[in-house]
Design a protein around this ligand. Structure first.
Ligand SMILES: NC(=O)c1ccc[n+]([C@@H]2O[C@H](COP(=O)([O-])OP(=O)(O)OC[C@H]3O[C@@H](n4cnc5c(N)ncnc54)[C@H](OP(=O)(O)O)[C@@H]3O)[C@@H](O)[C@H]2O)c1
Length: 317
C-alpha cells in the first residue's frame, strides 16, 4: 500500500471510524428509520454467532423477522441461537451449519434451503483475516475462499430465491480497509505476491464492493449495497489485529454501533430508496475511493473479476 493511501486512510479512520465518529454521524440519523416490525420477512445472516453478525441477527429477531443464522461452528452457534431465542422471544430462528470457505458446501446448502424457505434479505457478514497463507481442503487461499468466493457463490445461488420476493435486498459487510487497495485480478489467491494478511483482506473487501456494483447492474429487481461498519470492538478484531485492538480499544465502536448501518440497509424503507450498488458508512453512501489514491480500475477489470469467479464457482457445483 502506498504511504499516501495509508496516511490518508488512517487520518480518515481516526476521524470517522471510531466511536466518536459514530456519535457525530448519528446526530443526523432519523430515529424512526429502525422503528419497524418485520414479521413475515426472512433474513439470512452469515457469521451470526459473533460480533456484528450476532448483534444484527438479534436486532432483526427483536423486530419479528424470521432469521436464518448461517455459521460454521455448531457449539458456538447453538449458544448464539439460544441467546437470540431467549432475548428476543422470537421462535422463528433457524440455524444452518455451513463453512463459507467450502464452495461445495455452499451450493449444497442453498439447494436444500430453497426447497423449504423463502428469503427477503441476505446479509453477507461473515469474514476473516487469516494472517498466514493457509489453504482450504480444496486448495483455496482461506481469506479469498471466505471473503470473496464464498460471498460470490452464496449470493449468486440465492439470487433466484430473492427475486421471488417483495423488496429483496443484499447487504455485504465490506470494510473501509478496501480503500487502500485497487482491484487486482492477476493473483487472486496471492500465489506470487508477498503475503500480508491485512492487504489480502483489504483486496477481498475491495472485491466485495466491486461484486456489489456488478450485481446491482444486472439484477435491477434486488437492492444491493456494501458497507463499512467503522472500527468496532468484536472478537474478530481482537483475534486478527491484536496490536490495533490494544492501541485503539478505548476508541472502538460497540458491536451495536458497528451493526447500525447493516440493520439500516436491511430494514429501513429509506435505504431501499437509495440507488442500488452503493457503498455506505453511517447510513450514507460514501465514495469508493480515497481522493487522489488511484484505486479506480477499468470496467473491463471489474467484469473480469466476475468472469473468473463465475468460472471458479461452476467448478465446485
Ligand atoms: N469489527 C470491525 O471493526 C470491522 C471493520 C470492518 C469490517 N468488518 C467486517 O465485519 C464482518 C463481521 O466481523 P466481526 O468484526 O463481527 O468479526 P467476528 O466477531 O470474528 O465475526 C465474524 C463471523 O464470521 C464467521 N466466519 C468466519 N469465517 C467463516 C467461514 N469460513 N464460514 C462461516 N462463518 C465464518 C465467524 O465464525 P467463527 O465464530 O466460527 O469464527 C464469525 O461468526 C466481517 O466481514 C468483517 O470483515 C469488521
Amino acid at each position: 500500500m502506498s504511504l499516501y493511501r495509508s496516511a490518508v486512510w488512517l487520518a480518515k479512520g481516526l476521524r470517522e471510524y471510531t466511536k466518536s465518529g459514530y456519535e457525530a454521524a448519528s446526530q443526523h440519523f432519523s430515529p424512526d428509520d429502525l422503528d419497524v416490525q418485520v414479521s413475515g420477512r426472512a433474513f439470512l445472516v452469515t457469521g451470526a454467532n459473533s460480533g456484528l453478525g450476532k448483534t444484527t441477527a438479534m436486532e432483526i429477531a427483536k423486530r419479528g423477522g424470521t432469521v436464518h443464522l448461517v455459521c460454521r461452528d455448531a457449539a458456538r452457534s447453538e449458544t448464539a441461537k439460544s441467546e437470540i431465542l431467549r432475548e428476543s422471544g422470537n421462535q422463528n430462528i433457524f440455524l444452518h451449519i455451513v463453512d463459507l470457505s467450502d464452495p461445495k458446501e455452499i451450493w449444497k446448502f442453498v439447494e436444500n434451503f430453497k426447497q423449504e424457505h423463502k428469503l427477503n434479505v441476505l446479509i453477507n457478514n461473515a469474514g476473516c483475516m487469516v494472517n498466514k497463507r493457509e489453504l482450504t481442503e480444496d486448495g483455496l487461499e482461506k481469506n479469498f475462499a471466505t471473503n470473496t468466493l464464498g460471498v460470490y457463490i452464496l449470493t449468486v445461488a440465492l439470487i433466484p430465491v430473492l427475486e421471488k420476493e417483495q423488496d429483496p435486498r443484499v447487504v455485504t459487510v465490506s470494510s473501509g480497509g478496501m480503500l487502500v487497495q485497487k482491484l487486482s485480478t492477476q493473483d487472486l489467491q496471492w500465489e506470487r505476491a508477498a503475503f500480508d494478511g491485512t492487504m489480502v483482506y483489504a483486496q477481498n473487501k475491495r472485491q466485495q464492493v466491486v461484486m456489489t456494483e456488478q450485481w446491482a447492474r444486472v439484477h435491477p429487481s434486488i437492492h444491493f449495497s456494501s458497507m463499512h461498519p467503522g472500527w468496532a470492538d468484536t472478537p474478530g478484531v481482537r483475534r486478527a489485529m491484536p496490536g490495533f485492538h490494544a492501541k485503539f480499544k478505548d476508541r472502538l465502536r460497540t458491536a451495536a454501533q458497528g451493526a447500525d448501518t447493516v440493520l439500516w440497509l436491511a430494514l429501513a424503507a429509506a435505504a431501499s430508496k437509495q440507488p442500488s450498488g452503493l457503498f455506505f458508512q453511517d447510513r450514507k453512501p460514501v465514495p469508493k475511493h480515497l481522493p487522489l489514491a488511484r484505486t479506480s480500475c477499468s470496467p473491463t477489470e471489474e467484469e473480469k473479476l466476475m468472469e473468473i469467479l463465475e468460472e471458479m464457482a461452476q467448478r465446485f457445483k
